[in-house]
Design a protein around this ligand. Structure first.
Ligand SMILES: [Zn+2]
Ligand SMILES: [Zn+2]
Length: 550
């Protein structure tokens, strides 16, 4: 009888209709749990924004019931927002040993470690939170310590795949626990990674890139510089192994690589070669052919080690003729411009560049269509909700679900903020709630809204003009200025006459002012100046009048 009241509500805070910001809230009558707590890197329109994080409003409103955060794996789009969550609420965090290693580093960097209880899970763990029992199935992805969540809930079995791929030849081992969990009747609800639904067939395995990478080590005469994601421990191991085989000393450049290599080797996931230098200040004088430099900067980030080596601002290394640069990582679409620019700069300095687009030295960590199909067939879900993808990915994945036997009414494509409420005998979509993500700029969390972003856009495109005037506070006579200061607008020296002419606007507006009102005068100045610049230059900078009364 009690079971009739049972439900499981899954509220996506992010991750649907976008790649990044993966975070969900799972609610039952007896539990409130967060699954993943990711961040997203800003798009070009988010000028000056460092990161985007999910809203924690719905957790904070139910603090007393909040039972903790479960992590599928340690990528930034799944753990990146944790420090912001932990600064607001003390809680337990469940994840693999490796994932928690990364979380621990993040939290201690910000002095937040004492606010979180880190609880390691493994394939042996049986975790009960409220009325949900969790088990964890190991998955293959581009990071180690990656798990799918298998949940027994009051309304049936739910599987959340996390990010995954299924390497060729491993289908049976990877899918065995899922088949067993599903049993003959199949599971109630599947939530599955949609990232690579557009890619037909089967993805390549990590092993497939060994040969091409080794060939590069075999044939390269000069220095080898490798960029990759610092969390891709398997890939890093591969590079370290080849360095050992070919007698090269490895030098690690860049903070995130340094930290991750340290954490991974301490936890026993990475075997360091005999010749590795973690502190670039200690580099012995070695001939180029005996060096491998592992450098951050695979996405063209301005202040990364690789960018600094190109610009000549790196303390130890500068790119020179004869260098071979291996970029063994995915190019994130939003970064393509920066990456192309970086590759051009490398060529200009005489380096050869090898990347995943031109050579088989990178494989995706997300399964292609046939791997997604294998997951659907193993789990045999009654209800299917594609996750982790842009909107078209979700729709295409839903189509695949139908091909694999899910009833068309039971594929669920929703957007962030719409709760899926699952019952024993069906589901419904709840009323959409506000899950607008939070923009983080430096130390300001959530204080940047659309208006500030618009201002930054205008500043970037049109520049700013500041009009500084000193007035007598009684008579409103101008006793200093007007001083015109511009930034990013026009080259002041060439436009001095125009800017001097513009001062007439100040006198005219002041003459015509109906009453001495500061805000009114500023408004008049803004519109007068905008008309003037539009007429003369067809530009529309931000106008900032500053009135000083003495
Ligand atoms: Zn991932
Ligand atoms: Zn992901």
């Amino acid at each position: 009888m009690q079971e009739n009241n049972s439900f499981l509500s899954i509220l996506p805070l992010g991750g649907l209709g976008e790649i990044g910001l993966n975070a969900q809230l799972w609610t039952t009558p007896k539990a409130l749990i967060m699954v993943d707590c990711g961040m997203m890197f800003p798009e070009e329109e988010h000028l000056g924004i460092d990161v985007i994080i999910p809203t924690f409003e719905h957790i904070l409103a139910n603090q007393d019931r909040f039972a903790g955060l479960i992590l599928t794996h340690g990528h930034e789009d799944h753990i990146g927002a944790i420090p912001y969550l932990i600064s607001k609420i003390k809680t337990s965090i469940y994840g693999s040993k490796y994932t928690l290693g990364l979380v621990e580093a993040k939290l201690s960097e910000r002095n937040l470690l004492s606010r979180a209880r880190l609880i390691p899970i493994s394939e042996k763990t049986k975790l009960s939170i409220g009325d949900i029992k969790f088990r964890f199935f190991p998955m293959t992805h581009s990071i180690i310590g990656c798990y799918a969540l298998a949940a027994e809930t009051p309304v049936g079995k739910v599987l959340h795949t996390g990010d995954f791929k299924i390497d060729k030849g491993t289908e049976d081992t990877v899918l065995a626990p899922i088949r067993e969990f599903a049993g003959d009747e199949g599971i109630q609800l599947l939530l599955s990674d949609s990232t690579n639904i557009e890619a037909e067939g089967h993805s390549s395995s990590e092993e497939d890139i060994s040969k091409p990478l080794q060939d590069l080590f075999e044939t390269t005469k000069g220095r080898i510089i490798v960029t990759l994601f610092s969390s891709h421990v398997e890939r890093i191991q591969k590079i370290l192994d080849f360095a050992e085989i070919y007698g090269r000393t490895v030098v690690v450049c860049g903070r995130s690589l340094h930290n991750n290599i340290q954490i991974s080797s301490q936890l026993g996931y990475l075997t360091l070669p005999s010749k590795i230098i973690m502190d670039p200040n200690e580099i012995p004088n070695l001939p180029d052919e005996e060096l491998v430099i592992l450098a951050t900067g695979s996405q063209g980030e301005t202040f990364s080690a690789l960018s600094r080596m190109i610009m000549g601002s790196h303390r130890q290394f500068a790119i020179h003729k004869g260098d071979t640069v291996i970029m063994s990582s995915r190019f994130i679409p939003g970064n393509l411009r920066a990456i192309t620019r970086l590759i051009d700069e490398l060529y200009k300095r005489g380096a050869s560049v090898f990347h995943g687009g031109s050579h088989k030295i990178h494989v995706s960590g997300h399964g292609y269509k046939e791997e997604l199909r294998a997951m659907l067939l193993a789990a045999k879900p009654k209800y299917f909700m594609p996750i982790h993808g842009e909107y078209r990915h979700l729709c295409m994945h839903a189509e695949l679900g139908k091909e694999c036997g899910v009833h068309p009414n039971n594929t669920i494509v929703i957007e962030n903020g719409t709760p899926l409420i699952l019952y024993q005998d069906g589901f419904e979509l709840g009323e959409k709630v506000n899950v607008e993500p939070v923009l983080v700029d430096g130390k300001g969390v959530g204080d940047i809204g659309p208006i500030v972003l618009k201002e930054r856009k205008i500043l970037g495109e049109e520049g700013v003009v500041i009009i500084n005037i000193v007035l007598n506070s009684h008579t409103w006579d101008i006793i200093g200025g007007p001083y015109i200061i511009t930034r990013g607008f026009v080259f002041e020296q060439s436009y001095r006459n125009m800017l001097n002419d513009s001062k007439n606007i100040v006198y005219e507006e002041l003459d015509e002012l109906e009453k001495y009102d500061r805000e009114l005068f500023k408004d008049k100045l803004r519109s007068g100046y905008r008309r003037f610049f539009k007429a003369i230059l067809q530009r529309d900078p931000i106008i900032i009048p500053i009135l000083n009364f003495v």
